[in-house]
Design a protein around this ligand. Structure first.
Ligand SMILES: *Cc1c(COP(=O)(O)O)cnc(C)c1O
Length: 388
């Protein structure tokens, strides 16, 4: 019997980071001492107190049954308290829904709001999942280029009127993966006006809000701005903040009716987040945030080592204010793909080609700061030996 995949599955591009991981494993099998700055997955372990909380939670029989619903009230309250403290945003527990990692909600939100032919506005280069959900719902992606001359912000004024008319959902992501850009307040104010006027739901992806480098200039939440809660929601994750990518926990918060739509999709697709994981997440959000401060210090040392090293070699790189990525212009005369091949073949370094995350990313490569300073110095040493 021949197995036939459906047309939507066939339309999906290969998942970029699985491809990168495959290439990396092949090189390791050939005996290379690979240094991977490819996938944005923290190398540091989950902090001890969160693990301990999980160990206790997992022993409780009450946590062994289907979790169902929008998440434990204690989890949704912990999220609300954290938002109040961090962003001075007021949330009720019914304005929060637990997710199996924010990727789950980002990929499923379309099911609640997109009919065939509806347009979804998607930043590019960007996280591939915004488009995946669009393809699965027969939505039509409209890609908004993130260009350096615009501060890597989408230019809402140049989206054609007929596209805007059909648009139902817009994704934004700051601090941004992959460009490491942070959005200024004016952008959010303009975005809310645009969304309100055109009846478009805003889906703000804030996975990197806590990975910042200047205490006095922290990234904003979309929900801080007047009118935000009328038009949208924000996705958040414990993955990057607490080194918990494997645990699969995040949340979406904001507009109550949008949250209800997402929760309804989830009721019919999955049965919620393992309650023991939710209890551990309450511990993460409500205890001392020193572990996050420590992680920021480590990323900062890595960022400085990589940016300084690349600049000394003549690369054009701006110093990121947030996220654990460095978005570097490739040496003149090369494409992103040529550069990542050269880095892999001649220096055993894995990184992400900018164009792999969208065509406006061509001419850049993304380095993830997921190895220690001594390995970053090794990266610089190896790159210095490449003949361009
Ligand atoms: C890592 C990441 C996420 C979230 O990951 P989860 O582990 O599913 O919470 C979301 N958006 C972007 C842009 C990311 O890089």
């Amino acid at each position: 019997m021949g197995i036939h995949y459906n047309e939507k599955l066939k339309k999906l591009p290969p998942y970029l980071f699985i491809e990168i991981d495959r290439k990396k494993k092949e090189a390791i099998e050939r005996g290379s001492d690979i240094i991977s700055l490819g996938v944005g997955d923290p190398d540091m372990p989950t902090p001890e107190h969160i693990i301990k909380s999980m160990q206790e939670a997992v022993a409780k029989p009450a946590n062994h049954q289907y979790p169902f619903g929008a998440g434990l009230l204690s989890y949704r309250k912990a999220v609300a308290d954290w938002y109040k403290k961090r962003f001075n945003v007021d949330l009720n527990p019914d304005e929060v829904c637990a997710l199996i990692g924010s990727k789950e909600g980002i990929g499923h939100i379309h099911l609640g709001f997109i009919n065939p032919g509806d347009v979804v506005l998607i930043p590019e280069p960007g996280y591939p999942v915004y488009n995946t959900g669009t393809i699965f719902t027969d939505g039509v992606p409209y890609f908004m280029p993130l260009l350096e001359k615009n501060g890597f912000l989408p230019d809402l004024d140049v989206i054609p009127k007929d596209v805007v008319k059909k648009a139902k959902l817009i994704f934004i992501n700051y601090p941004n993966n992959p460009t490491a850009a942070v959005a200024p307040k004016e952008f959010y104010i303009k975005l809310i006006e645009f969304a309100e006027k055109n009846n478009i739901i805003v889906a703000a992806d804030a996975a990197y809000s806590e990975i910042y480098y200047d205490e006095n200039d922290k990234p904003s939440s979309f929900l801080e701005f007047p009118g935000a809660k009328e038009v949208g929601v924000e996705f958040h994750s414990l993955s990057k903040t607490y080194n918990m990518t494997g645990w699969r926990i995040g949340w979406v918060c904001g507009n109550k009716d949008i949250i209800a739509g997402i929760a309804k999709v989830k009721d019919n697709y999955d049965s919620g987040v393992f309650q023991a994981v939710q209890e551990a997440a309450v511990t993460a959000l409500s205890s001392s945030q020193k572990c996050v401060e420590d992680a920021r210090k480590i990323y900062k040392e890595r960022r400085d080592a990589l940016v300084d090293g690349l600049r000394k070699l003549g690369w054009e790189v701006s110093l990121p204010k947030a996220s654990f990525y460095v978005w570097a212009k490739v040496p003149k005369g090369y494409t992103s793909s040529q550069v990542i091949s050269k880095l892999l073949d001649e220096a055993a370094i894995v990184c992400t080609p900018g164009n792999g995350m969208g065509k406006s990313g061509d001419g850049y490569v993304r380095f993830a700061l997921t190895v220690g300073v001594s390995r970053i110095k090794e990266v610089i040493g190896r790159i210095s030996k490449i003949k361009w």
